[in-house]
Design a protein around this ligand. Structure first.
Ligand SMILES: Nc1ncnc2c1ncn2[C@@H]1O[C@H](COP(=O)(O)OP(=O)(O)OP(=O)(O)O)[C@@H](O)[C@H]1O
Ligand SMILES: [Mg+2]
Length: 280
């Protein structure tokens, strides 16, 4: 099952393209009753239009925080996020008109329990006024894509965690987002489904010309999908290194056997392990 979108034609966005997202001097401190957590510090990152950026780093290094700031959900303490040249944050208020069409997949699926899977998937389409018949058709296509074609009438509580996550992915894709922010979207999936989704997400991202920021714990997945891999290091979260992957997208699993790819993965793994040793 493939979505009704054109086949990919463009290769990876080059670093020479105009920045779609420009993050400058971003800092985030969470203030709680127990004190202050410095989650992000001095984050500078430029992301080109149609680029696919993977974000890796140990648990608690600020990946979700960065994504939530970019999604307009959590205000930064200082610094700037510009999307297509416009500032997303005015103090602690997000100007959501800056993000034209956003798709977000959170770490937890957070579907609406009182809607069935079809209605959950098609919710963004309903919100922008698409008719019911067209919504149903689109929901069916997307459900097929993520292997939930026979669960359209089911409610989220009747699905497994991985199935709920796939429904959330379908929902994020439903309105053809031009910015797709994904927080460990495939973490709960079995290996085979994950492999399939890794191929599909590339095809969809290229065909819809989406700019993607993709958080994962999995170094191979990060390198397989990303034009660049951004490695965040914790306490406070800072960018440790940005590694270009170089291979044109879409990629097939053969790329994983190339020396360039294995070197990139080995380099990232040793950097993460070094961090682990320093912390312990
Ligand atoms: N709402 C919050 N209030 C207070 N502290 C928070 C909040 N959200 C995150 N933090 C803190 O900010 C830091 C970064 O958390 P974040 O969720 O961004 O990490 P992460 O890299 O996504 O981790 P994981 O890989 O486990 O999902 C952590 O120390 C966490 O305790
Ligand atoms: Mg997280």
């Amino acid at each position: 099952m493939t979505l009704d979108v054109q086949e990919p034609t463009s290769s990876a966005a080059s670093s020479h393209a105009a920045a779609e997202i420009s993050i400058t001097g971003l800092d985030k401190q969470y203030k709680t009753d127990h004190g202050v957590t410095h989650a992000l510090s001095g984050i500078n990152l430029e992301i080109a239009k149609e680029e696919f950026v993977s974000l890796i780093g140990r648990s608690g290094c600020g990946k979700t925080t960065l994504l939530r700031i970019m999604a307009g959900l959590v205000p930064p303490s200082s610094g700037e996020v510009q999307i297509a040249g416009r500032s997303l944050w005015k103090g602690s208020t997000a100007d959501n008109s800056v993000i034209r069409n956003l798709g977000v997949v959170f770490q937890e699926a957070n579907l609406f329990p009182w809607y069935n899977i079809a209605d959950n998937i098609a919710l963004p389409l309903k919100l922008r006024g698409m008719g019911k018949r067209e919504r149903r058709k689109r929901a069916r296509e997307l459900a097929d894509l993520v292997g939930l074609g026979s669960f359209l009438e089911n409610y989220p509580r009747e699905l497994s965690g991985g199935m709920r996550q796939r429904a959330a992915i379908a929902r994020a894709l439903s309105d053809g987002p031009d910015l797709l922010l994904m927080d460990e979207p495939f973490g709960a999936l079995d290996a085979m489904t994950r492999d399939k989704m890794n191929l599909e997400i590339q095809r969809i991202a290229l065909a819809t010309r989406a700019t993607v920021v993709f958080v994962t714990h999995d170094i191979e997945e990060a390198a397989f999908l990303g034009d660049r891999v951004v490695h965040l290091t914790p306490r406070p979260g800072r960018i440790e290194q940005i590694v270009p992957v170089g291979a044109a997208r879409p990629r097939t699993y053969e790329v994983q056997t190339t020396p360039t790819f294995t070197n990139i993965v080995a380099g990232l793994r040793s950097a993460l392990m070094k961090e682990e040793e320093e912390q312990s």
